[in-house]
Write a protein that binds this ligand. Structure first.
Ligand SMILES: Cc1cc2nc3c(=O)[nH]c(=O)nc-3n(C[C@H](O)[C@H](O)[C@H](O)COP(=O)(O)OP(=O)(O)OC[C@H]3O[C@@H](n4cnc5c(N)ncnc54)[C@H](O)[C@@H]3O)c2cc1C
Length: 414
């Protein structure tokens, strides 16, 4: 009998954890991981934080690959162009095809660019994004003391880079259409407090306004805002969110409206039915999570590739072994999204889904908003998220209370 083969598309954290998970679950066949970056899997969060303050090296950021995955075949610098879920093949950009018995989709997201006129969307023209190691190396080289940087977008990544750029002695302007930085995930009170802390460090915000044009021919020299303001810029960072890398799954009758819609076993849904032999992990997975009880959500947090990778590899290995698969796939699985962010000396830690909260049900739970504190995000009576500024032990102590009331009750009676 020929050995089974699993193809993992995407050599990031989700791809790595899925490969390790398959081995941990006893899958003995061939595992091939295809990644379009030249690098073995590495940690992305430091790219907008501490890694930007020194020389950026892959060795410092690379994940250690667990011993059980030492025989995984890494095909780095190669891209998957398309998949055919019926014939169970993927086609690479060089035109070659690979057949599979199991497929893991772990292709993450790409940075969005502003579709406006100006120099080409390249770091060499002063238009940076920050999604991968090469982006960070280019941005690091530009962050010299005295440089004028305009950060477009005031989400977490934009604000982290703004903070790091101030620490490195750059002049930083931050432009966003939102009324306050990070207001969408955090709500008004915390967003206003964080805005004040950034302003105290010298970041100048231009809020409630968009960008009309980048100035300069081959190289950005300035930014024109929709309120008429002109900002000098030696370079810009476009930190405007992301789009999912799912083009290679088009024409497969999957729901790709926001990532890949899956069932609770992380199998993609096709015409209302889960596709066997395929699982989706990490940033691109939009899955139902009974902890928050309604709908399916996609979450771009660091713990998601690990948690979904573990669930997906258990489901896929059971399918490939032909054992207890239906039972496992039908067992409800839940997870608690978490993220952290470092800005200056502030460590922000969160559990849950702040975006599910009722806007008027976001309250201080502990501490002092102007110092260290924990904020609670409620939907009706449910605590759907907590965010701490500092107070790590306290915010951690709320973990088990986060979720829908019915889910938490089922956990205590189980
Ligand atoms: C700068 C930055 C800072 C962050 N900071 C935080 C933080 O502080 N806290 C937090 O919780 N999360 C943070 N995150 C988010 C976290 O890093 C992601 O959620 C996580 O990396 C997602 O893992 P993934 O495996 O799903 O995708 P990725 O890590 O993006 O890996 C996907 C890989 O697939 C490759 N790929 C795409 N298409 C193809 C194709 N067709 N063929 C082959 N390969 C392909 C991609 O190039 C990439 O290498 C940050 C992310 C970034 C970029």
């Amino acid at each position: 009998m020929t050995a089974q083969r699993v193809v993992v598309v995407g050599a990031g954290l989700g791809g790595l954890r899925s490969a390790e998970g398959l081995r941990a679950k006893g899958f003995e066949g061939e595992i091939i991981v295809i990644g379009n970056e030249p690098w073995a899997p590495y940690n992305r969060p430091p790219l907008s934080k501490e890694a930007l303050t020194s020389e950026i090296q892959h060795e410092k950021l690379a994940f250690r690959i667990r011993g059980n995955a030492s025989d995984v075949v890494w095909r780095l610098g190669e891209s998957v162009e398309s998949a055919d879920l019926d014939s169970r093949t993927v086609t690479l950009s060089d035109g070659t095809s690979l057949s599979y018995d199991g497929l893991v989709a772990a292709t993450g997201v790409s940075a969005r660019r502003l579709p406006i006129s100006g120099p080409p969307a390249l770091a060499s023209g002063g238009r940076h994004v920050i999604r991968n190691l090469d982006d960070a190396i280019a941005l690091r080289a530009a962050l010299v003391p005295g440089a004028h940087i305009v950060v477009l977008g005031a989400g977490f990544i934009g604000c982290e880079v703004a903070a790091t750029a101030r620490l490195l002695g750059c002049t930083v302007h931050c432009v966003a259409i939102d009324p306050h930085p990070m207001v969408r995930p955090l709500g008004y009170e915390l967003a206003i407090e964080l805005q004040h802390r950034h302003e105290a460090q010298g970041v100048v915000f231009h809020l409630g306004t968009g960008v009309t044009a980048f100035e300069g021919m081959g190289q950005v020299t300035g930014v024109l805002l929709s309120d008429g303001t002109h900002l000098r810029a030696d370079f810009v960072l476009e930190a405007l969110g992301s789009h999912c890398n799912v083009g290679w799954l088009e024409d497969q009758r999957l729901d790709l409206t926001d990532g890949v819609l899956t069932d609770n076993a992380l199998r993609p849904m096709r015409d209302g039915t889960a596709v066997d032999g395929v699982v989706v992990v990490g940033d691109i997975a939009r899955f139902p999570n009974p902890r928050f009880d309604e709908g399916a959500f996609r979450v771009e947090h660091w713990n998601v590739p690990t948690d979904t990778g573990r669930r997906a590899s258990a489901v896929l290995s059971a399918y490939l072994a032909g054992e207890s698969y239906d039972e496992l796939a039908q067992t409800q699985w839940s997870m608690l999204p978490s993220f952290w962010s470092d800005q200056y000396d502030i460590r922000m830690q969160s559990y849950g889904m702040t975006n599910l909260a009722d806007p008027d049900r976001i309250h201080l739970l502990e501490g002092d908003l102007h110092g260290e504190c924990v904020i609670g995000y409620h939907r009706g009576e449910d605590l759907v998220a907590v965010v701490g500024l500092g107070m790590l032990k306290v915010v951690n102590s709320y973990r088990d209370q986060v979720g829908s009331t019915s889910f938490l009750a089922s956990q205590t009676t189980a």
